[in-house]
Design a protein around this ligand. Sequence first.
Ligand code: BT5
Length: 329
Amino acid sequence: MNETRLRVLEALADGPVSGPTLADSHDISRNAVWKHVEALREAGFGVESETEGYSLTTVPESGALALSFGLDAPFEVAHHETLDSTNRRARELAEAGASDVVVVADRQTGGRGRLDREWESPPGGVYLSLVCRPDLPLADAPLYTLAAAVATTQAAREAGVDAHIKWPNDVVVPRGMTASRTESDDVVVPRDGPDYDKLAGILTEMRGEADRVGWVVVGIGVNADAGSDDLPAGATSLRVETGERVDRRVFTQRLLESFDGLRGDPDAILDAWREHALTLGQRVRVETPGGEVVGEARDVERPGTLVVRTADGDVRVTAGDCEHLRPVE
Ligand code: BT5
């Protein structure tokens, strides 16, 4: 990141400011000021020059500088137009010792979900992976997945979308009216299939050192400004939900700020998770590596364990795919 360019950008945002003033206040030549302004224009920023000086008129939705500009969270932005997978690149940086870096791509050609599933990454999405080195016992690492789900949900709500969390790592939007009328017309019968659409998914990967977290990479994929034609079945986007264009930069910054505010506070993460959860109180079927668990989802406990009340008592599930079942009629 070019720190001087970022400072020049901030000065333009408070502009108009003249070339000589910029040169003096940043201790650079007038020629260097001109080069920074040209580079900003090339990066998509709108910079007007009038008699009183330069001023900033528009900010692009993407790019390292755009995402860093006004970001109130201590992440260094590594932006790529195209990557195979931001998680793959983030793991590489993590292995090389990086911390508090966010890898962002406008497109992914090999986006991954859990269990090596595919994450479709159409244009207009937000694809990012955070590299963190938290001082946490290994067993607490799943808290970072929860924090990411809460942060994504909060950012989506700020954008006007009724987002909720589905255990363990999906951000979904409940369908408004999931019922259809029968011919006798008074009885409402639920439609088949899930009663929500998927807005975002999270893939956390990590490496442990002894019994502590060495690094953790939290990958977040959000259908942000994608239109319905670009989305896979069962998916929705911020744009589809609000009916309006979405500024990916503003959304990404809110998400990062929310994540940063939560990550050090496990109690706050769990409280916010419970508050935003769609899964709690529902009848669920969870496919776990040890078999199927069916019952009522009662709670989520540190570091992200789902408590399911079954006919045989409470069962605690740490990993698996969760399906919300229809209430018993
Ligand atoms: C996830 O896995 O939901 C985690 C997705 C993480 C993606 C991010 S993007 C940035 C970073 N870089 C990566 O390479 N990955 C991360 P899972 O719970 O396994 O869900 C995967 C399933 O979601 C697929 O099998 C599809 O059914 C569905 N799916 C795929 N693409 C989708 C999309 N764009 N929107 C909604 N659902 C999708």
